[in-house]
Ligand binder design. Structure first.
Ligand code: SUO
Ligand code: CP
Length: 312
């Protein structure tokens, strides 16, 4: 693995889950692996969990960490090739990525989509430009179309909490006031497709994700029916893919309630808006796995960094 950009970089998800679990039980076993190595974390967008858990993962491996909020703090970066740079951008990604590679042994990048230009977002031009012009490995910390560190964490958390051999996992859309990306949902779908689970999705009509990602995963448009006998309900809002970036529905009937959930475990990547996406009673119950998910982000990242360091 040269870079970690998507769930498809995970060759054997069960082996990865076993290894991440063993890092969780012995986090400092490889505390010298990253000695004298530096990771740089570059954020074009806000973060709490990814920013801290990826640093924590690096520190557990003995690495040094540098973090930068690119938007605002760095010079505006130009991603277009051959452009006359007489606008707001001050340096090209060709120089920026090459320069950062002088200081870092691994580069991690967060860059959300525009949600207005589908072609541009799907080109993953920010992540791909870093991968093209950096001379060190690049880690995706949530790009326009994927959040593989989250998807892998979620697979690990489901494995830790599974009571049956083949649990039923449901990905449910829930309402939100803002237009949100597809990245978390996409990576969750891709992770579940690699797992031995019964996986279905539920969302209102018009919220179909990219059909190339959904593949033959069943979609049940009736949320109540989808939740029947569910072991895990993974909840996320996303904006329309077809009517790109639009909020088509804010129907509070799609909010997750204790009553709908029954005994199923509740999962969400966080941050989550209480009583809009999910009612308090669910988040405050024993069936909520959200804090365990956030904790597992460290070990998911630690495994990825360990593999990249070992590969260097
Ligand atoms: N990294 C986890 C999710 C990040 C982002 N959520 C958000 O933007 C929520 C913002 C809000 O609730 O205002 C998303 O959906 O991809
Ligand atoms: N789940 C997640 O990626 O959280 P942050 O956006 O806070 O990093």
């Amino acid at each position: 693995m040269k870079n970690f950009s998507s769930i498809s970089d995970i060759e054997d998800i069960n082996a990865w889950i076993d290894e991440a679990k063993s890092l969780k039980s012995n986090p400092y076993l490889h505390k010298n692996l990253g000695n004298n190595r530096t990771i740089g974390l570059f954020f074009f967008n806000s973060s709490l969990r990814t920013r801290l858990s990826t640093q924590k993962a690096a520190l557990n491996l003995g690495m040094n960490t540098m973090v930068m909020n690119v938007s605002g703090d760095a010079w505006g970066i130009e991603f277009e090739d051959g452009t006359i740079m007489n606008g707001t951008t001050a340096e090209h990604i060709k120089e920026a990525a090459a320069v950062v590679s002088q200081y870092c042994d691994i580069i991690a990048v967060r860059a959300f989509p525009t949600l207005t230009d589908k072609v541009k977002d799907e080109s993953e031009y920010v992540l791909k430009a870093f991968m093209k012009y950096a001379t060190v490995p690049v880690v995706n910390m949530e790009s326009a179309t994927g959040h593989p560190l989250q998807g892998f964490t979620d697979a690990m958390t489901i494995s830790e909490n599974s009571q049956s051999k083949k649990p039923k996992v449901v990905l449910s859309w829930a309402p939100h006031v803002k237009s949100l990306p597809h990245a978390v949902a996409n990576s969750f779908v891709q992770a579940m497709q690699k797992m031995d689970v019964e996986f279905i999705m539920t969302h209102p009509k018009g919220y179909e994700l990219n059909p190339q990602i959904v593949g033959d995963t069943p979609v049940v448009y009736n949320q109540e029916e989808a939740f029947e006998k569910a072991d895990f309900v993974y909840v996320k809002n996303w904006s329309s893919y077809k009517d790109y970036g639009k909020v088509l529905n804010t129907d509070p009937k799609w909010m997750i309630t204790q009553n709908k959930l029954g005994n199923a475990k509740f999962m969400h990547c966080l941050p989550v808006r209480r009583n809009l996406i999910v009612e308090d009673a669910v988040l405050d119950s024993e069936n909520s796995l959200v804090i365990q998910q956030a904790n597992n982000r460290t070990f998911a990242a630690q495994l990825v960094l360990k593999k990249l360091l070992e590969n260097a």
